[in-house]
Structures are given as C-alpha cells and as structure tokens.
Design a binder for this molecule. Structure first.
Ligand SMILES: Cc1ncc(COP(=O)(O)O)c(C=O)c1O
Length: 1006
C-alpha cells in the first residue's frame, strides 16, 4: 500500500522517498523521508476538491505575501500544480498534495510554554490573519459547527451535558454569546485558520535557544470569520491547564496586537468568544461520548476545557480592561476623558485634609529606603503603629508615595501562592497622607457616597469610604478613603451627596484604622469594573500596567504635581550600566538576566520590587540574612569603639574561646584575619615557617582565595582560561571524587588509591629537589563539585604528609559551623585532626572575618619571624560579630536544623533522581548538597547546558541556586541554615518541574 503512494510521489513530484503512515481520522497522511522531508496528504475518496484547492491556494498565498511566516510550504508537482488528482488502489478518485515538513514538537508536548513563546504565537497568528486579509476563495464560506459565527447549535444540543451544574454553565456562556452576536456579525469576515490548537502549533527550541513557533499546520477548519474569532480560538487552547491564564491571555493578545492591531471593540468580544469555543468543544465531545461510549479518550479530552470553565480563575469582569491595557489601549474613552479633565482641573480641587499640601514632604516606605518591617514576612503591631515615623507638628503633614514597592504588606492575603517566595502584592497604588488622627477629611469635589463601611481586621482599612464623581462632561470616576475613624462615617448613607469641600469623615486612630500610624489612604479609580467595592490598594509588581491604568496617580486631585507623589526608586538598568562602565569585566554577575536585591531576611532576599526569592545558594549569611542579633551587637559595638588587636579587649578572647570550644584540644592558637583568602595566605606562611619547606600538595580544581599566593594553590583559578598556570612548587593530585573521578564508589580501595597519589606527589617533590611544606585541601571540595571524599581518604593523606615532614591544612571555609548537620567541621567526618584549620565567610554572616586555628608548636615556629599584624583582623567589631554567629548556631539549634532539612532535601532529591535520568548523583551532608547532572547515566557525560538552564529557570521561579564543578554541571545547594520545611518543599516541587522541561529541551537540542 505504502509502495503504491511512494510510486505516485515519484511519478508526480519526481521524489524518491520512504513513506511512513501518520495518524489521521479520514485522510491518509504520510511522512516522507527524502532530501526535503515532507508530508504527503492523500485526501479521502470523494473529498471536495474546492476545499483542497482553498487550502493549497491559502498556503501559496502566504508563500507569496508573507514568506517569513512559519507555515509549511506547498511542494508543487512536476507540472507546477498545487495538488494532483489520481486514481487510488481501489479505483477511487483521490487528491494528493505535498507539504514541507516542519521540524519541532507540538505545542501540547513542548515544555515550558513560556511567556515569550506565547507572545511569539500571538505574533504569528496576528501576522497570519494580516496576510490572509485579502485572500478570497469560495470554499471559505462554510457554515459548519466550528465556525464561531454560527455556534448556536450548542443551545439545541445542551441536553447531552448530563451534569446540571455544567449544563447551567454552558447555558450562561451561550447567553453571553448571544448578546455579542449582533456585534460580531458587524465585523468583517476574512480567511482564518480557525483551529490554532496545541496540536496544530509546531514549536522549536532548545536548552540554549528560545522557543519559537516553527509552524502552524492543518488548515482543515479554515473558514471566513472575523479575525477576533481566530484569536479567541488560539487563546481558548493556550489557557488550558495554565496556572495564570490571565497572564497567558495578555501575552498572546499583546503579541497579536503588535503585528495586527486590534480595536477595543474587538477585544470586548474576546472573552465571550473564548468561552463559547470551549463550550462548543465540550458539547461536541459530549455528543461524541454518547455515540462512542466505549472510547474513554473522548471524555478525557474534555477535561482541561471543563476544568478551565469550572475553576473560573479569570476575573471575567476585569478581563476586558486587562486585554486593552495589554494592547496599550485606553481602558475606555471615558477613562481617557477623565484623566484629561483632572489634568486640566489640577489646582482647583478642595483640599482633602483641609490644608494645602504643596509643601508637604514625602517619606519613603520602600523596599530600598525603609528598614520596616524588620521581618518582611511579618509586620508587627508596633511597626504598623509607627510606620514612617511619628507626626511632628513642625514638619506637618507628610506624604507616602504612589507606585512605591513596600514590604509592609505581610498578611497572607497579599501572597499569591503557597510558598513564602511566591509572588506577593507589594506596590502601593494610592497616595498616603500622614496626619494626626481626628483631622477632617473633605471631598475634593462634588460626590456621591457609594461605599461606607468598617473593615475591622488588623492592618485592614478600618473605616473606608468610596465616593463617585462626575466630570463636567458627565464621565464618572471614583475615589477611595481608607483608615478613617469608623465613628465619623457611621451616619453616611449610600447615595448621599456631598458638596465640593464638604467634610465627611475624620482620620482614624490606631483603634479604628486597622492599627496603622494615622494616615489617609487616598486612591483614584477610573472604573470599578472588576474591582467592585474591594479595590486592591497594593498591586503585584508583575501586574502594574493594569493597575496603573485603573488606579492612576491621584496627584491632580490633591492639587499636586504627579512627580511629587510618584515613587522613583533606583533603576536596575542604571545600576547595571554604571557597573559595566566602572567595574572590571571579570567581576561576574550571576544569571543571564541579572537580579538586584535590596533586602534580606533569614533565607529570603527581596528585589527592588519586593519580590521574594528563596536563597538556597548563599552560605555567607550562615544564620540568615539580616539577623537581628547581629544587627544589635554590630550597632552596639560601633557605638562604643572599634580598634585592633594591639590592645586588650574581652571580645577577642571570648571569640577565640568560643571557636576553640568546638575544636580538638591540640588546636589551641587563633589568628584573626579578614577573609578566607587571608587566612589561607597565613596558613601557607605558617606551614613554611614550621617546616622550612615551600612545596605544597593540593587536589585539582581546588579554591583557596584570590591573592597571588593562594591562587598558586587554587587549580580552579590557575588552570582556568587566562590563569597563571601551575607553579613549580605545587603538586596536583586528583580530587577524590568517587562519582566521576578515576576511582569510583564500587572500588573498595578508592580512598587508598586517591591517597597514594599524594605519596607520588611527595616523591616528585623530593626528586625535583624541593622540600615539602604541606598539604592544603577543602575538606569537602566545593568548587570541585560539592564532593564528599571516601571515608579514610584524609587519614591516609595526612599520615603520608606528616611522615614526609609536612603540615596538613584543612580549608573549612565552606563546610564549618554546623552546615553539615552531623558534623561541626568536615574533618570530623574524615576522622582526622588537621594541623591548621582555615575558616572564613560564614563566621561573619556577611561581615569580613577569617580565622586560622593551629597548634602551639606551629604558632611558635611562626613567632620566630617578624611581628604579625592584620589591622582589621580581630577588630572588636569582628570579634563580637563572629562570636555572636557561633552563639546563634548553638542557641537556635541551626546545626540540627541543617541535619533535618538537609536530610529532607537529600531524600527528596533522591526521589527525583528515580524519576529524572538527568540526575546522575545526589550527594552531600546537611545543607551542603551537590546534584551531578548528566546527559547519559551510563557515560556520566556532564550536562553543563542543563545545569545552566536549571539554574536560570529556578531563578525565574524565585529560587537561587548555583552551578559548580570542572564541567559546571553540578547544582550547588547551600542555603542559610535557617531554611524551613516549606522552602524545602518548594525547591523539590520546582526542581521536578524544571528538570522535566530540561529533559524535554535536551531531546530537542540533540
Ligand atoms: C574553600 C574556600 N576557601 C577560601 C575562600 C576564600 O575566601 P574569601 O573569598 O573570603 O577570601 C573561598 C571563597 O569562596 C572558599 O570557598
């Protein structure tokens, strides 16, 4: 059979090809493997020729008029026809045509369906409609069940929907559709695709190339209909299964509008049409389900549409406004007129608090400028009561900005997801006027009371009033007054009119205004459609275009310039430009799209818009960002004094005692410096002073700091591109990596074998005429890939080094102070006692501190040399902070938390490993975790691009993570030790999703 069609392909197109049958309900479709891959369409016997002619001409029209559009091209026959009529194997008449094959995956099977892909889809559909505007064909005028112009048949078939609630739902949709039908019929019909569903969109994209629509296929439902129907259908499929359907709609429509501008009138029809398309789909499937009761697929395929319609996640009142804003159109003509009128009348309104505000100052409560709340997840009563500072009569009334991102909105109601790092509403979209309680509030112009109520919850509005007003031309708009004294508005009645300047309320005190420092929240709205009586006073930073359009800056009504009340924070783009201009290029930023953080709290960071991020990467804030105890001791010490180690101070000895209490007895002398680098520099000096040697042995791909001396023992740097290369006094050994190193976990002698390399290195030093000073290693190599060496490794190494007269230096910068959960230091896990222990960054929780601890003997050897002094090392301030960090680890049980949360995370990641072949190895202790990503489990080929993709996608989901290792394929997880169960769950949930995407994109890449 296939041979029969292959012969015809040869005859008609002169193409030699292998044919593979594809799925198809009525027609025969074949995939052609040939020089130019193609799809052969063999239409069903008796198929309407006009209909095929239309499709072929429509595609040919695109080739001619929109050659860059991603649609498959027709391959003409040898006689240059678009299709060919033949006699089939059973003597039937058939039409054959050939299309180019589009490479890629169906949209349905493509992950992730990112907003940039959705935008591109909108652009493609827009361009397609544009290109077909002048395409005519008699077969376009089809009155069939999928033409959105004629879908009232659904009303007659409703009885097939058995569930009463569902039937009611569809009835409602049909009613809405009927209401817009006359308007729809007035729109110009044109050729449209009419079935841009997820199986008719082919997508290409890979780990490194942004996903794009590569082809729109299947013109089988083409007809003449208004273009808005085509867009509504595209949207109807794009929203299914999406967590944020409104965002998807905005994005798709904005893409369409960019290529084929829509009118506000058309946009008003979109939502009812979208729902109607889904109604057609579910009713049609219900009919099929009745006809084919044994086919479960028919019912299953309806599920996403039912779910979307029943879940009703879209604010349908607001969607029309939202879509207009997405297209940059005014939300209404009236709204535009109101804004012009307010502008013209600025300066003439009655003062809202009875006084001129022109000289009022503004105080910032922004993420950037304010330190309130101390805990950005919980504004406490006192902070609310004193927000922005006390009112001083001599300073007078002060203003709080419009469009200001703030962290004070901490109630769960402001959070948009289940995790602490989920989106939250942060941006203030009114103006605050801070003044004493009791001050009268006046209507800026004639008004009618539309809402007057008491919202008594803590941190709510307290007394709240909404007024409606009219411009001279009769266009209506609204103003809201929050934090009023409930008594003062008790006698207001709905519909009551107010004259310009009439006092109608007074400012509430703490007891009646929701518990806030007395102030008026003043907000303007150009419509109440979709927000009703429950206006958001604060918006999600990712939804600002919409809320700026509905609730613009009300400055004009306060007789103020816009600039006076509009918040202007530091612009990230400006900081980036300045940084590029004045900083060195090898000072790297993380992420392809850099992030700017302005606040931190425990294991979360906040960007300039107040978006929270879960920090699962930074180990410097060991006890959490912005720890109040650290703030307190630092401030207190700076108030007293800050000097160096040349003078006695109890903080120095207290700090050393605290550290030594965690160490084996033989390590009894402390040196305080400013960084891990400086501590390692000092370690090299000590080793040399004690042994008289210079040569060092160190594992490959190690890192010990950024100065000339320690870079020489940091293969990660000296061997990097442009690095200084290996010094003649340095011997490298393998990193003892039992997953991807030379000796792996199944080799019972791996520890010994890795240690034996140290023996070889010592021999090489001796043979080269050098003298060994010692061995330096990160106890658990971190930049080497979060490696846990096999047990027994270091004991063997140390024994060899000491036998050769060297000292053993343990760099514990990454691993100390309880991070490992089960061990305070990593050398405990290896059951060794180093001669020198180097500690760094986590001990200062952000303050620059490095510490070296060694034996009395080694310290004495070093003391034979010149005086040792580090100006800032061991300052009073550093010692106070360092000791406080170690005390907090103990007091808050953070080592135990690291054990519990680490185990939970590692177990969860091991579960993910069973599901995702990309995870080659999960390793670590406590909150020192590495995930070795591979493209092939057998060869352990490092999945470098995957790791980069995962890191960037995790960030898009608000989780910070790093990549590490010689091939940069190890995901590095080492959060502050404060991380909680809810955060661990978030990491696992997002990681699962992102790895699934990565797997799918990897297949596309290969
Ligand atoms: C293991 C190790 N040692 C030393 C250092 C250097 O510390 P610092 O950057 O504080 O100088 C680092 C820094 O990342 C490190 O990871």
């Amino acid at each position: 059979m296939t041979v029969f069609w292959a012969d015809l392909v040869k005859e008609i197109w002169n193409i030699d090809a292998n044919l593979t049958r594809l799925d198809g309900e009525y027609d025969l479709n074949f995939s052609l493997e040939a020089e130019r891959p193609a799809i052969l369409k063999v239409m069903r016997a008796g198929c309407d020729e006009d209909f095929i002619d239309m499709q072929c001409r429509a595609l040919a029209h695109l080739s001619q008029h929109a050659s860059s559009l991603p649609v498959p091209r027709i391959i003409p026959t040898l006689s240059n026809a678009l299709y060919s009529k033949v006699t089939g194997p059973e003597g039937e008449s058939r039409i054959l045509w050939l299309q180019e094959k589009v490479a890629g995956k169906t949209y349905a099977n493509f992950k992730p369906q990112s907003l940039s892909l959705i935008y591109h889809l909108g652009e493609v559909v827009g361009e397609l409609d544009q290109a077909w505007l002048n395409f005519e064909h008699k077969a376009l005028n089809r009155d069939f069940k999928w033409n959105l112009m004629s879908t009232l048949w659904v009303a007659d078939e409703l009885k097939v929907v058995q569930h009463p609630a569902r039937r009611l739902l569809i009835e409602g949709i049909v009613e809405e559709y009927q209401a817009i039908l006359p308007a729809l019929k007035r729109l110009k019909p044109q050729a449209i695709h009419n079935d841009v569903n997820d199986y008719n969109i082919i997508v290409s994209g890979s780990l490194t190339q942004a996903a794009r629509v590569a082809g729109l296929i299947d013109l089988g439902d083409m007809c003449a209909s208004p273009r808005i129907c085509n867009l509504a259908i595209s949207c109807a499929y794009a929203v299914l299964g999406q967590a944020q359907p409104e965002q998807v709609l905005e994005t798709l429509i904005a893409g369409y509008h960019a290529k084929n501008p829509l009118t506000a009138h058309e946009l008003d029809l979109l939502w009812p049409l979208l729902k109607m398309r889904l109604a057609v789909s579910v009713v049609n499937s219900s009919i099929m389900a009745k006809e084919r009761p044994d086919d479960p697929y028919v019912t299953i395929s309806q599920q996403p549409a039912w779910q979307f319609l029943e879940e009703n996640k879209v604010n349908s009142e607001l969607i029309g406004v939202r879509l207009k804003v997405a297209c940059g159109l005014p939300i209404s003509n009236a709204a535009k007129a109101v804004m012009h009128w307010l502008e013209a009348k600025r300066g003439s309104f009655a003062p809202v608090l009875g006084v001129d505000l022109s000289d009022a100052k503004a105080r910032s409560l922004s993420v950037e400028m304010s330190t309130i709340p101390g805990n950005p997840f919980h504004l406490c009563a006192q902070e609310a009561a004193e927000l922005g500072g006390k009112y001083h009569p001599d300073e007078g009334i002060w203003l709080g900005y419009y469009n200001e991102p703030r962290l004070v909105y901490t109630d769960k109601a402001f959070r948009k997801g289940e995790y602490k790092a989920s989106n939250r509403r942060t941006v203030h979209i009114g103006v605050d006027v801070f003044a004493p309680a009791g001050l009268a509030v006046h209507s800026p112009l004639a008004a009618k009371v539309v809402v007057s109520e008491y919202r008594g919850d803590n941190l709510d509005y307290g007394g709240m009033v909404i007024l409606s007003h009219k411009t001279d031309a009769g266009d209506e708009f609204f103003t809201l007054y929050g934090h009023l004294d409930p008594q003062s508005i008790a006698s207001l009645t709905l519909g009551q009119t107010l004259t310009k300047g009439e006092a109608f309320a007074s400012l509430g005190n703490l007891a009646g205004n929701g518990g806030w420092n007395p102030h008026l929240h003043f907000q303007l709205a150009l419509t109440t459609q979709g927000i009703g009586d429950d206006w958001p006073g604060v918006a999600d930073p990712d939804d600002l275009a919409l809320y700026h359009a509905i609730c613009p800056n009300p400055a004009a009504l306060l007789n103020l310039d816009e600039a006076k009340t509009a918040y202007e924070g530091t612009q990230k783009a400006e900081v980036l430009a300045q940084r590029k201009a004045h900083f060195g290029e090898n000072l790297k930023l993380t992420y392809s799209e850099p992030v700017m953080f302005l606040r931190g709290w425990r294991h979360h960071l906040f960007d300039e818009w107040g978006r929270p991020y879960l920090d699962s990467y930074n180990n410097v804030p060991h006890v959490g960002h912005a720890h109040p105890r650290i703030q307190k001791v630092a401030a207190e010490q700076l108030l007293k004094m800050n000097a160096n180690t040349r003078y006695l101070h109890p903080a120095q000895t207290a700090f050393s005692q605290k550290i030594l209490s965690k160490m084996p007895d033989s390590l009894e002398v402390c040196f305080f410096v400013n960084s891990g680098t400086e501590a390692n520099e000092l370690a090299l000096r000590l080793a040399r002073a004690h042994t008289g040697g210079k040569d060092m042995v160190t594992p490959n791909h190690g890192y010990h700091g950024n100065t000339t001396g320690v870079i020489d023992v940091s293969a990660y740097k000296f061997n990097a591109k442009g690095g200084v290369g290996q010094a003649d006094w340095v011997q490298l050994v393998d990193i003892a990596d039992e997953y991807r190193g030379r000796y792996r976990s199944l080799d019972a002698k791996r520890a010994e074998k890795y240690a034996a390399q140290v023996g070889d290195a010592i021999d090489a030093i001796e043979q080269g005429g050098g003298k060994l000073a010692g061995f330096i290693a990160e106890t658990f190599p971190s930049v080497g890939g979060q490696v846990i060496p096999p047990k027994g490794y270091l004991a063997d190494v140390y024994q060899r080094i000491r036998a050769a007269g060297g000292v053993c230096i343990a760099d514990e910068v990454q691993t100390a102070f309880g991070r490992l959960g089960e061990y305070y230091f990593a050398f405990e896990q290896q059951q060794v006692t180093p001669d020198i222990v180097v500690m760094g960054k986590p001990i200062g929780n952000g303050h620059p501190i490095g510490v070296l601890v060694t034996t009395r003997e080694i310290a004495d050897s070093f003391a034979q040399g010149p005086e040792y002094f580090s100006t800032f090392g061991g300052s009073n301030l550093s010692c106070r902070i360092g000791k406080e960090v170690l005390d907090i680890v103990d007091d808050e049980g953070l080592m135990e938390n690291a054990r519990l949360m680490g185990n939970k995370l590692i177990q969860g990641l091991k579960q993910l490993q069973k599901k995702h072949d990309l995870i080659g190895d999960v390793r670590g202790y406590g909150l020192f975790i590495g995930l070795d990503l591979v493209t092939d489990l057998a060869t352990r080929e490092p999945a470098t691009k995957v790791a980069d993709y995962v890191k960037n996608r995790m960030r898009e989901h608000r989780i910070l993570m790093g990549t590490e290792g010689p091939a940069d394929n190890i995901l590095k997880i080492r959060p502050p030790l404060t991380i909680e169960e809810n955060d661990v769950e978030m990491i696992l949930m997002v990681m699962d999703q992102v790895l699934e995407e990565a797997q799918s994109l990897l297949q596309e890449s290969s």
